[in-house]
Design a protein around this ligand. Structure first.
Ligand code: EPU
Length: 421
């Protein structure tokens, strides 16, 4: 397994281009299953999860072509199988996103149940129950979801919890259903909206985009021709590089991003003492060489503070002035990074779903590892602020969600290198 070695202590500065959003690219690639015509998707990030999604579609018999600019053209007319096998689902839970489109367009789907996860139990009951309400016949047997429907029927769905991939699965299922579907308590994450805009470009009729009530008028088919769609920039990658600059008291300008998707994160960075300047598609952060101030955050669905950014803020609080609390309300077990940061000398106390971080001037480099994507990224950030070398193991988690992280950090002046296995 590859490792990253980081020699901390350098103040980062420079400019970076932000990649397309992983969590928009995955549902949008799944949604290409709904189109009768070939579709081209651009601004695709260079990530393991994208490779896995291509394998997932490829093993169904779907034709994919990718060019040197990471535009992927998908032609689903060659499909021969309606299955997401365990071997792929176990490496990427987001494979569940093929359930809605397969069922709605082809009337059949066999998708392995994702099972447990490092950050919590993460059930998919809302996906399954809601599709049943739309008329699907669903059996869960031997670890697989077997779903059938002659044609799904539109209805009103009130989701018990705000679920991102749940909303996305139902949105895709509803596009080809008979009649109108209303999804209440829908997730409002920008990635959900990006999927909805993509579906509308294919010919779907979705309104209420960006709100918690989505209305989908079912159509017979999605057959718009010559569609090319560019994926939204990654707000979590953006936030991670902003912290990389803040934690090292540096300055960074991030381009090709969307400041309007990061309000809660930018507010907290200002509270931490950063000077933030934004344009339509760029963000600049300047710490003016100062130590950040500790901040308190509470995660919740968008537009509140994102769970995918709490580990990175925990890292910053460890080297900040004062005491900050990080409260996680979305997942029950998302503090994998805490013990590893403690091994680097961090002063963090865990009390149920809250991490109380007492900041200090520095951390000490150590060998560390984590079992999920954002926790692993937060250890890289801690390493940037630590004295000496930090060796981050199991970085395949990082490669799932960060496009060329060591190259991008090196571009900002970090001393970081990959040690191949
Ligand atoms: N939940 C249920 N039942 C369901 C679905 C969800 O109880 O049927 C619960 C979950 O257990 C969790 C909460 O609802 O407690 C929210 O989970 P959600 O379904 O929104 O999460 P997800 O769709 O599986 C996506 C992102 C995650 C991100 C979360 C929350 C993708 C591919 N993944 O997951 O991203 O943390 O939303 O914003 O979009 C990451 O990128 O590192 C990552 C984990």
């Amino acid at each position: 397994m590859d490792k990253l070695i980081i020699t901390g202590g350098t103040q980062l500065s420079g400019e970076l281009r932000i990649s397309g959003a992983k969590n928009a690219a995955l549902p949008i690639l799944a949604a290409t299953l709904l189109s009768e015509e070939p579709v081209s998707v651009g601004n695709i990030p260079h990530l393991h999860d994208i490779t896995t999604t291509m394998q997932l579609l490829g093993q169904m018999g779907i034709q994919l072509t990718i060019d040197e600019k990471m535009n992927i053209e998908v032609d689903s007319s060659t499909i021969t199988k309606y299955e997401a096998p365990y071997e792929l689902v176990k490496t990427m839970r987001a494979s569940i996103l093929v359930l809605g489109p397969l069922l709605s367009r082809f009337g059949e789907a066999h998708v392995s149940l994702p099972g447990g996860c490092a950050i919590g139990s993460r059930p998919v009951d809302i996906h399954i129950d809601s599709l049943r309400k739309m008329g699907a016949d669903i059996q869960v047997e031997a670890g697989y979801i077997h779903a059938k429907a002659s044609r799904l029927k539109g209805c009103k769905l009130v989701l018990d919890k705000v679920t991102v991939t749940g909303t996305e699965n139902l949105l895709m299922a509803a596009t080809l259903a008979e009649g109108t579907t209303i999804i209440e308590n829908a997730a409002k994450e920008p990635e959900v909206s990006d999927l909805a805009y993509f579906l509308n470009a294919l010919g779907a009729k979705i309104t209420g985009i960006g709100t918690d009530v989505l209305t989908i008028e079912g159509v017979d088919k999605l057959a718009n021709k010559d569609i090319h769609y560019d994926i939204l920039p990654d707000r979590i990658e953006t936030g991670t590089y902003l912290i990389a600059a803040a934690i090292t008291r540096g300055k960074v300008k991030l381009k090709d991003t969307r400041p309007d998707t990061l309000d809660a994160v930018l507010d907290k960075l200002v509270e931490a003492g950063a000077e933030i300047t934004t344009g339509d598609d760029w963000i600049e952060l300047d710490m003016h060489g100062k130590q950040p101030k500790a901040v308190s955050v509470r995660t919740a669905p968008y537009p509140a503070f994102p769970t995918d950014m709490q580990a990175q803020f925990t890292a910053m609080n460890c080297v900040a002035e004062g005491v900050g609390t990080i409260t996680e309300t979305v997942f029950e077990n998302r503090f994998m990074h805490v013990q590893e940061m403690q091994r680097m000398g961090a002063n963090i106390q865990l009390e149920s779903n809250t991490a109380i971080c007492t900041g200090q001037k520095g951390l000490t480099g150590a060998p560390v590892m984590a079992t999920d994507l954002r926790a692993s990224a937060s250890l890289v950030l801690a390493g940037l602020a630590a004295e000496g070398d930090t060796l981050v193991d199991r970085i395949y988690h990082i490669d799932r969600g960060y496009d060329h992280i060591e190259e991008k950090l090196a571009q900002l002046g970090a001393t970081i290198r990959r040690i191949p296995r």
